[in-house]
Design a protein around this ligand. Structure first.
Ligand code: PHE
Length: 496
């Protein structure tokens, strides 16, 4: 074991003051491989019991041919040994050729040169009664590296390709500042007891290893919603859309509702559907362009741009109320106002994917917060046909091709369409989104030119995610009941 090797190293250093070279180091007569010695040295060095340097040297080792010769003798010896003694019937040439086998001419030539064998008219016999196999002897003592033979022998071994040079790493070991032959147990941590008893001052403590890599923490996995969001982002980018800044969960009623021509008495603005802020309660609308507020107030109260309006007294206090945004169209209204400020008008494609909040009863498919995906295109002369076309393009990228549209109502779009897609599993069309052309009451108030239309559509992020990951209850996807292993295990979704 490593402990035994470490102990043997300590004992050897104690006995001789140092170990000059760990080559051939043995423990209880057993040779220890250098990597094992290194392991023991490292743990001793950590405790400052020893120090070591690395030695690199070339050693002579046998080639496979050399190994075979060491075991069975040189070719010339093997040939000589196979032959009959002088005076006996010689070995016929054909048989001798067989014995020589793959030693080819070498065994024969060397044996002849040494005058160990002779050839008669009938074949081969020994010429010498006894021979000394010097080649084998030169190889013999070698177990592992060769003891240095004389230069002449070395030259011959090399020319016969019986030896080769091998690089070997070994170590020179000296005493460290805390050298002792006693392996003491080191403490991994300081306990309350050690501190209370004062033992910590003298207790042998394990050195802190700052180079240790540590266990990789199981963290940093993306939630399925983030993975699916990324898929949608890529689709929008492929279609040439730009992402809108969505970092505004708290929004004024003005941008969430009023600027969208959503009447102030609309049920969606009720506390049952919308979260209102208590502190602070109101937004500071003085930072909003007064002309914009004026146009919004006017179109709600009296109508404009060919619309009769709602005919009620628009209240600025109502528009000031701070809420958690109920849809990402609040972001779109801000962005469309920004767009209207840029002259001349530039056709624009925008998208957003982020959190919205609704004061709804939580059930298996609804949470009080969820994410919306929204895309819009602003351009001159857009029609409902363009909207249907781009929705087809968009869903095609998700692998959804069978779409149907159903007329619907939104306060801020006209016409409005719910989007249905064919669900193979359910065998029917299911609603997957909402869409429409923003009303002139909204666009003209925001300041866009008369001939600019904006088509837009929206869908939830949670629904496609649940379908992709086979999750039936939204509370298994979002919230405190979520199984973290589900997040760790799940691969990226593929829409193909
Ligand atoms: N804002 C709508 C919703 O909350 C979705 C939508 C977006 C509808 C864009 C029409 C146009 O459902």
């Amino acid at each position: 074991t490593k402990e035994q090797v470490a102990q043997a190293v300590l004992d050897a250093v104690a006995a001789n003051g140092a170990i000059k070279d760990t080559t051939g180091f043995t423990v209880a007569g057993e040779a220890i491989a250098q990597p094992v010695i290194l392991g023991a040295l490292n743990s001793l060095k950590m405790k400052e019991m020893v120090d070591y340097t690395t030695l690199a040297h070339d050693v002579l080792t046998l080639t496979d041919e050399g190994e075979a010769m060491r075991a069975e003798g040189s070719y010339e010896y093997r040939f000589w040994a196979a032959l009959p003694a002088a005076g006996d019937a010689p070995m016929p040439p054909a048989q001798a050729a067989q014995v020589l086998g793959k030693m080819s001419g070498l065994g024969q030539a060397q044996a002849m040169k040494r005058k160990w064998v002779t050839k008669t008219a009938d074949g081969w016999v020994r010429a010498a009664e006894a021979v000394q196999d010097a080649t084998r002897e030169a190889l013999a003592p070698a177990s592992g590296p060769l003891a240095a033979p004389s230069a002449a022998v070395l030259k011959e071994l090399k020319s016969r390709k019986l030896t080769k040079l091998t690089k070997i790493t070994s170590y020179a070991v000296t005493k460290g500042p805390c050298f002792t032959t006693e392996m003491k147990e080191e403490l991994g941590e300081i306990t309350a007891e050690l501190i209370a008893s004062g033992e910590w001052e003298t207790a042998p403590l394990k050195k802190y290893n700052f180079a240790a890599e540590g266990v990789l923490p199981a963290s940093g996995y993306l939630h399925p919603l983030l993975k699916v969001r990324e898929e949608f982002r890529q689709i929008f980018f492929e279609l040439g859309f730009t992402e809108m800044p969505t970092n505004r969960y708290v929004e004024s009623s003005f941008w969430n509702f009023d600027a969208l021509f959503q009447p102030q008495q609309h049920p969606a603005r009720d506390a049952h559907d919308t979260f209102f802020l208590k502190q602070p309660q109101n937004a500071d609308l003085s930072v909003v362009d007064p002309a914009l507020i004026e146009r919004v107030a006017h179109v709600h109260s009296h109508g404009a741009y060919g619309s009769l309006g709602y005919g009620y007294d628009w209240s600025k206090q109502e528009a000031e109320k701070l809420i958690l945004r109920t849809h990402t169209t609040a972001v779109s209204s801000r962005m469309l106002y920004e767009l209207a400020q840029q002259k001349p008008f530039k056709p624009t494609k925008l998208f957003s994917i982020d959190r919205v909040f609704r004061n709804e009863t939580v059930d298996a498919t609804h949470l009080a917060e969820f994410s919306q995906i929204e895309g819009l295109v602003a351009e001159r002369g857009l029609t409902l046909g363009h909207l249907i076309g781009i929705i087809h393009d968009f869903f095609k990228k998700l692998g959804i091709e069978k779409l149907r549209f159903k007329p619907a109502y939104n306060p801020y779009t006209e016409p409005s369409m719910e989007i249905f897609s064919w669900h193979e599993g359910l065998g029917k069309y299911v609603e997957i989104g909402n869409s429409g052309c923003f009303r002139p009451e909204m666009l003209r108030s925001l300041g866009l030119p008369e001939d600019v239309s904006v088509i837009a559509w929206g869908l939830s992020l949670e629904r496609p995610t649940m379908i992709k990951y086979g999750i039936n209850n939204i509370r298994d996807l979002v919230g405190h009941r979520v199984d973290l292993n589900m997040i760790r295990r799940n691969a990226l979704p593929r829409f193909d």
